[in-house]
Design a protein around this ligand. Sequence first.
Ligand code: HEC
Length: 279
Amino acid sequence: MTGLAMAAALIAAPSFAAPAADAPDPAADLKAFQKYFRDKFPKVKFEDFVNGPYSMDEGLYRQWKEKEEFPPYEFALDLGKELMAKPFGNGKTLADCFPNKGVGIRQDYPYFDTEQGKVVTLELAVNQCREANGEPPYSYVKDEMAAVTAYMAFTSRGKPFDVKIPDDPRALAAYENGKRYFYTRRGQLNFSCATCHVQSPGERIRAEVLAPALGILNAMPIYRSEWSGMGTTSRRFTSCNSQVRGVPLKPQDEDYRDLEYYLSYVSNGLPISGPGARP
Ligand code: HEC
């Protein structure tokens, strides 16, 4: 952990993170959240916030542009496309479970499912589809799950996140729970997600440049050299919990789904850029 990050941990959280005395107001949160990042990084173009660490550092940005010429996630895109169309034992396909066969829809996830009474992420929707058709679920963290979500992200590139909070008290409660999770300190280091991704984006932890929380899910899933492969949102959440020497939750735990709901909502308007490639 760098001294800078340690110091950042001691700084008070930005005011929009404070528990509101008034009724929850996601639209106001979104405005304040986006303004915080625009003000903090006036030189970063709004759409560029979706490029994680690359938006924060010009040298890295150039490396990334070069990398995009031979994207390391290409294999995953081909596999994802194939898996979407491959018939299950019953003849149906993964594509059949999604609007528009899963093409160009990534920006609408996660959504609050009023029938199930919970947040449904893209990853959860994939496994719900498989299980409903008598197929075993994919691992949430990599391989096939990363491939199909990579393909869905790729076909949605450029479409702005459009996550909705329906007029349902349970949806608002899920949003508030995700927000609470994001700003709660945990682990032996006593860091919240916000300590690193709101207060310290652009700073380095070991060799890594911290991504800003604004647009932080737009590039998921990502290829990481450190993983020698692709990882999903679930994988990144669990590894970030481990970074602070905390105990990660199970992938797709309610708290993680609500967290994804909150983080995606406050990035509404920013284009999907996934899959991403990281050093
Ligand atoms: C100790 C600091 C630290 C904390 C706390 C932390 N992360 Fe991270 N996170 C990192 C580092 C380092 C990376 C890899 C470099 C980067 O992309 O920021 C990362 C990457 C990510 C990424 C991928 C960004 C990208 O574009 O590659 C996501 C998403 C993410 N973190 C979410 C979270 C969430 C959600 C939490 C809270 C559960 C959290 N992080 C807590 C350090 C942290």
